[in-house]
Design a binder for this molecule. Structure first.
Ligand SMILES: Cc1cc2nc3c(=O)[nH]c(=O)nc-3n(C[C@H](O)[C@H](O)[C@H](O)COP(=O)(O)OP(=O)(O)OC[C@H]3O[C@@H](n4cnc5c(N)ncnc54)[C@H](O)[C@@H]3O)c2cc1C
Length: 401
């Protein structure tokens, strides 16, 4: 049985080759390095991002005319899943870098493309979205970072927190409230900027200590009157919040897909082990109690996979995806976290050791519950749509009269 067959049969031949190339990249040395660096309490080596970029993966969804692959959303998901089988945090962080490349290629100005795109595609300028703040996580609209208009550009002041790859990026796609003394812009409106990050008196970074999840490279960016040239304005004031939210469904499904890939890899490792480990005269897998537990993991994983695929197809085809994306992420995270726990238990003590990647995947996947909408916020989103999505249809209402 191929867990991913319904995705793969929707890909073009060129896209299937990209997924295979991603698999070749991830197996072997990279995979071993992820586990080794996790075990030693450090992030994987950033030089792997260069290698990934050189293979062209940062431009997966960028248009071909700008040097990308113009790949579909399902292809992007499959590439990310391929890496998530080896390490969730690295897959999340490395694939996160693609989002900004795609945004600049599709929506950037000519100047922004000229200044940033080549370096972004080549992995020399890594860029991440910077939205969250110490006082504005789930409640993003509470953000306080200011952008004050000055001659030739803007001065950014404020703190962005929990930024993926925050310790190594050279650019941030940052949301800030404008503060325009000329009165040209409505004060308080939210704009977004491509902010070149050069550490110095106007920018410093702080890395929180995150045991077990260092490969996300989460960091805070602290700006104090950090100058950004006028041409770096990305979404004008008043449009940035909506524009950032427009990609949130895709981001949620992307994370959900990586979660189930990590859990699927864990199940394969566990079943392989339980099939070979003998206890009381037969393989662990043939003990009914344990076999049923892993059977339960397989069925919840299949259910999560089906939901993620449905949400992914909705995103890819431009159908309404708000509820489906929230459901997919909430369910996939829950299933993955639970499945990884079950797998670890099923392997006994060795499941928690560095001989296996279950402990790594377990601690890393847990953090998927926060980025791109926490589980509670997703339930809130689903609940808001209940009447529309699951209430009686107009025809049913009519016939009930
Ligand atoms: C691995 C990882 C990567 C990230 N990457 C980025 C990034 O690249 N860029 C970026 O900008 N941000 C990033 N973030 C930040 C992420 O978006 C925030 O963590 C998220 O928005 C939640 O904000 P918070 O952590 O401040 O939690 P809070 O908003 O303080 O929430 C704390 C708890 O309260 C719950 N809660 C909050 N409001 C409600 C409510 N109304 N009803 C019920 N419960 C509620 C939440 O669900 C959560 O459980 C990342 C986070 C993680 C963990």
């Amino acid at each position: 049985m191929n867990f991913y067959d319904l995705y793969d049969e929707r890909l073009s031949a060129a896209e299937r080759s990209l997924v295979e190339a991603a698999g070749d990249f991830c197996r072997g040395e990279f995979s071993a390095h992820l586990l080794e660096s996790h075990t030693q309490g450090r992030a994987y080596d950033a030089s792997w991002i260069d290698r990934w970029a050189k293979e062209g993966f940062l431009g997966l969804q960028a248009p071909r005319e700008f040097g990308g692959h113009d790949a579909s959303f399902l292809c992007k998901i499959r590439v990310a899943q391929t890496m998530a089988e080896h390490g969730f945090a690295a897959a999340f962080a490395i694939n996160n870098l693609q989002g900004s490349v795609t945004r600049v290629a599709r929506f950037g100005s000519e100047r922004q493309r000229a200044e940033f795109l080549g370096a972004m595609l080549g992995g020399r300028t890594l860029c991440a979205p910077a939205m969250s703040e110490p006082d504005g996580g789930s409640d993003l609209a509470a953000l306080k970072t200011r952008a004050r208009r000055v001659d030739g550009g803007w001065l950014i002041s404020g703190t962005k927190s929990w930024i993926t790859n925050g310790s190594i990026i050279q650019c941030a796609n940052l949301l800030a409230r404008v503060d325009d003394p000329t009165g040209a812009e409505a004060a308080g409106d939210i704009a977004s900027f491509l902010v070149p990050l050069v550490d110095g008196p106007t920018l410093r970074r702080e890395e929180p200590v995150m045991p077990g999840v260092r490969s996300f490279r989460l960091a805070s960016l602290i700006f104090q009157e950090h100058f950004v040239p006028a041409w770096c304005l990305f979404d004008p004031p008043g449009q940035a919040f909506r524009s950032s939210m427009s990609s949130v469904n895709a981001a949620r499904v992307h994370v959900a897909a990586m979660c189930i890939a990590s859990a699927r890899a864990a199940l394969a490792e566990t079943v392989g082990y339980a099939d070979s480990r003998q206890a009381f005269g037969k393989p662990l897998l043939r003990h009914q109690g344990l076999g049923w537990e892993l059977a339960e993991v397989s069925l919840r994983l299949e259910a999560a996979n089906a939901l993620v695929l449905r949400a992914a197809i909705a995103v890819q085809t431009g159908k309404a995806a708000l509820t489906l994306a929230a459901q997919a992420k909430k369910f996939a995270v829950d299933v993955a976290v639970w499945a990884l726990d079950q797998c670890q238990r099923a392997m006994g003590a060795t499941g928690a050791s560095a001989d296996h990647r279950l402990a790594m995947l377990s601690s890393e996947t847990r953090l998927a519950a926060f980025g791109d909408g926490t589980s509670q916020m997703l339930l809130d989103r689903i609940a808001k749509g209940l009447a529309k999505d699951y209430g009686p249809s107009p025809a049913q209402k009519e016939s009930d009269r």
